[in-house]
Each structure stands twice: as structure tokens, then as C-alpha cells.
Design a protein around this ligand. Structure first.
Ligand SMILES: CC(C)(COP(=O)(O)OP(=O)(O)OC[C@H]1O[C@@H](n2cnc3c(N)ncnc32)[C@H](O)[C@@H]1OP(=O)(O)O)[C@@H](O)C(=O)NCCC(=O)NCCS
Length: 148
């Protein structure tokens, strides 16, 4: 299959949200359309989609088959919501998207990357371990909700 990884655009967001729903990624306030627009504008070139370019001529048929959000906070690069369409999972497209995002982070001199995995999705840790990530058991995540 012909595939293309490109930068996520505002017009992709409804399909990206659909993909996340399909793969059971829990959508929160931060995944509302306006919040995602904030994310992609704040992190130009770091949020990516995977699509089949043979559908490119017809915008309505164009399918988003993969998505990932990258963000840089000035110290760490963050990766959120990596998703690959179930019909093409297990064919290394997830690895390809991670490799591409890491290449972009490296190009920007980002020295360390982080991501979080819900405990309910802990089998996914093996996927990241295969890509060379460390599972940090010495850290706990804390959060403070300012708006929802
Ligand atoms: C996780 C996900 C992105 C992986 O993408 P993918 O294209 O299917 O994965 P790949 O084909 O690149 O897999 C690379 C390796 O990881 C393994 N792997 C993939 N998904 C895995 C999983 N859920 N659990 C354990 N190992 C997994 C593969 O078997 C493969 O191993 P190998 O190199 O020994 O053959 C995809 O399965 C997905 O969208 N899952 C649902 C959404 C999700 O949970 N996202 C993570 C949010 S933190």
C-alpha cells in the first residue's frame, strides 16, 4: 500500500478524532476541535497523519490511517495519541510514524522525549520498549485541571 506521512492540518481533525475513537483512545477536553487546533498551531510540524495518497484527489474519500501528536515544551518533547487504523495495525506503520516524529524532534535538537500510557493500556508498553523507550517506574504523573 502506498502511504504518506505528512503534517496534520486543521481539516484533518474530524477524521483524526474518528480514528482515535475507533482505536479506543479516550478523548478528553484537550481533544475537542478547538483545543486540537491550539495544539497543531503551537507545535508546527510536530503533529502528523498517515494517509493513503492514492485517495488524494477526492478530499472526502481521503482516509486518515494514522495519527500522532507531538509537542515541545522547551525542555522535553511529548508524544500523545499515536494511533494506527485497525485494518493496517501490525504492519510497522506505528513504528514508521514514531521514527518520523523522532527524526523531526532530532532535527530540532530536542534532547529527550516523554509519553504517558494509561495503566488500562499497559500492554502497549511492549510496543514502545521494542522501539527503545524506557519504562520509568520511578515516576508518578500528577495533573491539575484548569478548564473542562
Ligand atoms: C500501538 C499502535 C500504534 C502500534 O502500531 P502498529 O503499526 O500496529 O505497530 P507496529 O506494527 O509498528 O509494531 C511494532 C512492534 O510492536 C509490537 N506491537 C504492536 N502493537 C502492540 C501491542 N498493542 N502490544 C504489544 N506489542 C505490540 C508488534 O508486534 C511489533 O513487534 P515486532 O517488531 O516484534 O514484530 C497501534 O496498535 C494502535 O493504534 N493501537 C491503539 C491505540 C493505542 O493504544 N495507542 C497508544 C496510545 S499510548
Amino acid at each position: 500500500m502506498e502511504i504518506l506521512i505528512r503534517v496534520m492540518e486543521e481539516k484533518d481533525l474530524p477524521k483524526v478524532q474518528d480514528l482515535w475513537r475507533l482505536v479506543n483512545i479516550e478523548l478528553t477536553y484537550s481533544d475537542k476541535y478547538e483545543e486540537l487546533v491550539k495544539m497543531i498551531n503551537h507545535n508546527p510540524g510536530l503533529c502528523l497523519v498517515l494517509e493513503n495518497p492514492s485517495n488524494r484527489e477526492d478530499i472526502l474519500k481521503k482516509d486518515i490511517l494514522g495519527a500522532v501528536l507531538g509537542g515541545f515544551d522547551g525542555r522535553r518533547g511529548w508524544i500523545h495519541h499515536l494511533a494506527i487504523h485497525p485494518s493496517i495495525q501490525g504492519k510497522k506503520y506505528g513504528t514508521l510514524m514514531m521514527d518520523e516524529l523522532i527524526r523531526i524532534f532530532l532535527e530540532r535538537n530536542v534532547v529527550k522525549l516523554k509519553l504517558e500510557v494509561f495503566k488500562s493500556n499497559k500492554e502497549i508498553i511492549d510496543f514502545y520498549k521494542k522501539l527503545g523507550w524506557n519504562h520509568r517506574t520511578d515516576l508518578s504523573t500528577m495533573s491539575l485541571t484548569l478548564k473542562e
